[in-house]
Design a binder for this molecule. Structure first.
Ligand SMILES: C[S@@+](CC[C@H](N)C(=O)[O-])C[C@H]1O[C@@H](n2cnc3c(N)ncnc32)[C@H](O)[C@@H]1O
Length: 335
């Protein structure tokens, strides 16, 4: 590779960082919303409408245009580029990625890692900020949107079993986004959510109550490793969290025990690439970024093959994979 080419590749990464910070500023200050509602707008009009400084508005608009999230109009005005409203603002969309720009700019992603690089000090969820937990909930939300019900409908028999009622457990339920989706899609399902972090569970309780599901959803403050029931659930779900088990063998054995015969374990997670080429793709680069936080909490993302071997080792009857996007796959197993 020529020096010029190498420099170009390096600087493209720096430009991506600038795009990330520009997008985050736009999200923090509602600039995309203002343009979506009132655009096309000149930077001066945006300054007036959003209550921001004129020069700063001009700088932000130009950088957002340079990054491809705004398009320019002849009369020196800006509008959102195609699909940006859905991708950055619509949290109900399966394509929503706005949360990602919040997650990767919180200190928990890189700054704390950098501070702890020499000491190797680890942290856990109860040492993260409410902003971090909210941003993770938003990013995990898009995974939940794709998982329930669309992803589940691609697993033979799973949606039918959930629709028939019975009981389901969501492991590592976080702020309760998945529980509310399950409860909404499958109205006769009894639901239990389990999480090891008290702050996340308080947010889950509020979300479940707001959704009018107070009486239907039981919440347990517990480690996944402490799950200890037999033949209790028709399905056990988990979203972007299985890789966080402290003892994944123990949890998988407990999941197997806790399922009724024919019950489903449904694991929605990042499929970390298992090849060098895979890591060099954009999805691979994004997942390599997630590994910084995972290392801080003393784990790493895992590959699809790892999960399938794990399920086989624990005696599940059927297993399979549903690839939903390059950063999202469901690995499933039936008891
Ligand atoms: C990435 S968040 C995902 C939360 C939720 N599933 C979602 O989709 O938004 C991971 C969650 O797993 C919980 N967690 C991680 N390890 C755990 C463990 N060993 N036992 C119980 N909960 C755990 C954390 O408290 C956190 O709420």
């Amino acid at each position: 590779m020529e020096l010029k080419e190498q420099a170009g590749a390096l600087l493209e990464s720096a430009a991506g960082y600038i795009a990330t910070r520009t997008i985050k500023i736009g999200l923090d200050h509602g600039l995309f919303e203002v343009i979506a509602e009132r655009g096309p707008l000149s930077s001066g009009d945006l300054a007036g409408a959003a209550g921001i400084d004129q020069l700063y508005s001009q700088v932000w608009c130009r950088s957002a245009f340079a990054s491809g999230v705004l398009v320019g109009h002849d009369d020196n005005a800006y509008a959102l580029a195609p699909h940006i409203e859905e991708l950055l603002l619509n949290q109900a969309s399966p394509a929503y990625v706005g949360g990602l720009f919040k997650v990767i700019t919180e200190p928990e992603m890189f700054d704390v890692f950098s501070e702890n690089l020499s000491s190797g000090k680890r942290i856990w969820w109860d040492q993260t900020s409410p902003q971090w937990i909210a941003a993770v909930g938003e990013t995990g939300g898009a995974f939940n949107t794709r998982f329930i019900p669309e992803g589940l409908s691609q697993i033979p028999g799973a949606a039918e079993r959930l629709a028939a009622g019975g009981r389901a457990l969501e492991l590592a339920c976080g702020t309760g986004v998945g529980l509310v989706r399950l409860g909404t899609e499958y109205p006769s399902l009894g639901l239990v959510g389990l999480d090891g972090d008290a702050h996340s569970l308080r947010a889950a309780r509020a979300r479940v109550d707001d959704a009018g599901m107070s009486g239907r959803v039981e919440l347990l403050h517990s480690g996944m490793e402490d799950l200890d029931v037999s033949d209790e659930y028709d399905a056990i779900t988990i979203n972007v969290s299985m890789h966080e088990c402290r003892d994944i063998e123990k949890v998988t054995a407990a999941v197997y025990r806790a399922l009724k015969p024919g019950g489903y374990f449904l694991n929605s997670d990042f499929p970390f690439p298992d090849t060098a080429e895979g890591i060099r793709t954009v999805p691979g680069r994004l997942m390599s970024g997630v590994q910084f936080f995972e290392a801080l909490i003393d784990d790493q993302l895992l590959g699809v093959g790892y999960y399938l071997d794990l399920f086989d080792r624990h005696g599940f009857a059927d297993t399979g994979v549903v690839e939903l996007t390059p950063v999202h796959a469901i690995t499933w197993a039936k008891k």
